[in-house]
Design a protein around this ligand. Structure first.
Ligand SMILES: Cc1ncc(COP(=O)(O)O)c(C=O)c1O
Length: 404
């Protein structure tokens, strides 16, 4: 795409010219990306843009995107129930499978009830915007996911951002805002670009001490942290102390969707007020069936999570030996911090040419000057693949002067 002025019948400049100008700026700043096209299955070794690569860019933590049980469940659902649900949940689009999935999630997470949304994004944005209004206050970690930020904006509540994982600052804000009747403290469980973990015990205690609602986004903890991948609340043994838990079915669970867990009243309320639940069609039966099968796999094959963590430790140790700065990551999401976006994109492109797919990430996904390669190993990478990826990252990093 180039910055040309579109011809219009009156030869006047296109009213969308500003978009072309913005794209020129993205290119100038090294932030313009073409989509990499996956040819085949989403796996640890995959074919993108016609090239075989070791795939360090997917959220397919446990390799469930191609698990035979999920595949069979989806195929059966297509054969028995067709390909679409045909309606939003509140009209004619609630199937037995949707209800079974919600019961399964609530039991797995040890909460009274659960509701499934079309995506984790919809779960976060739909929940925050439903439960808060313009008299209310949201206290949000500065690195929280975009779906939380969008939900907060939609709610029209006042938003106060606390510095990343800074519980003392959160407590100060809670102290200063005592007079606000309804307050929500919200944090990611695992931060999606840095791979660090929220200090949930202390964050939840701060919320509780000030009578605030506590909500966690466990998108990157679902299937990764806690017993059988039950998430951050289970990891910190905080059952009953977090009012709202969001999770995703789109990452470690290998399929698509998001969910909210909590009290019966919370879920009942969301079924009446969360706009994605009310105004967007529910999952096709194959998605719900595959998600149900994914929970079976979490419980029946715990060795996948063990393998994920073994691989994570091996890969992190290798990056440290090579001298890369991986920030504060404690989970399979391991950023390789580079600084300028342009350098990160060159690094990403060069390792790709050499058979390693590690996506470069720049502004606005991360702050300016904090560009990086974002890597995620999975349970299904072999040791040989990880070692080969480390060789390529190391030699390319040295060539580009990122490490010595
Ligand atoms: C922290 C976090 N929350 C929510 C989401 C949204 O989840 P989904 O992909 O299921 O919409 C993501 C996905 O990128 C995420 O990283």
């Amino acid at each position: 795409m180039s910055a040309t002025t579109r011809a219009t019948p009156s030869a006047a400049p296109s009213p969308l010219q500003f978009l072309d100008d913005a794209l020129v700026e993205l290119r100038r700043d090294g932030l313009y990306r073409s989509l990499r096209i996956l040819d085949g299955e989403q796996k640890a070794h995959a074919r993108f843009d016609g090239r075989e690569v070791i795939n360090l860019s997917s959220n397919n933590y446990l390799g469930l995107t191609t698990h035979p049980k999920l595949r069979d469940a989806a195929l059966r659902a297509v054969k028995e129930l067709g390909v679409g649900s045909g309606s939003v949940r509140t009209i004619a689009g609630t199937m037995d499978l949707h209800m079974a999935l919600e019961r399964r999630i609530a039991a797995f997470k040890k909460t009274e009830a659960a509701v499934v949304f079309q995506s984790g994004f919809a779960a976060n944005a739909g929940t925050v915007s439903a439960i808060l209004g313009k008299e209310d206050l949201i206290l949000s970690d500065e690195l929280n996911h975009a779906s939380i930020i969008d939900g907060a904006r939609l709610s029209r509540a006042t938003i106060k951002v606390f510095p990343h994982r800074d519980v003392a600052a959160l407590r100060r804000l809670l102290e200063e805002t005592k007079d606000v009747k309804r307050r929500l403290v919200i944090t990611d469980g695992v931060f999606s670009m840095d791979g660090d973990v929220a200090p949930l015990r202390d964050v939840a205690a701060a919320a509780r001490d000030h009578g605030a609602i506590m909500m966690i986004d466990d998108a990157h903890s679902s299937g990764v942290l806690g017993r059988n991948g039950r998430g951050t609340v289970d990891h910190f043994d905080l059952h009953g102390q977090v009012d709202i838990q969001v999770g995703t079915l789109s990452k470690a669970l290998g399929v698509l969707g998001g969910y909210v867990c909590g009290s019966k009243s919370l879920i009942d309320f969301l079924c009446h007020r969360a706009r994605p639940f009310l105004f967007s069609t529910s999952h096709p039966p194959a998605v719900a069936a595959a998600c149900l099968a994914a929970f079976d796999v979490l419980e029946e094959e715990p060795e996948r999570i063990e393998r994920l963590w073994t691989n994570t430790k091996r890969f992190k140790a290798g990056l440290a030996r090579l001298g890369f700065n991986t920030g504060t990551s404690e989970t399979p999401i391991t950023p390789i911090l580079v600084g300028e976006a342009d350098l990160a994109m060159r690094f990403s492109d060069r390792v790709f040419e050499r058979g390693v797919f590690a996506q470069g990430i720049g502004f606005p996904t991360v702050a300016k000057g904090k560009a990086r390669l974002r890597t995620i190993v999975t349970a299904t990478h072999t040791e040989a693949e990880l070692d080969q990826a480390l060789d390529v990252l190391g030699s390319t990093g040295r060539e580009l002067g990122i490490v010595t």
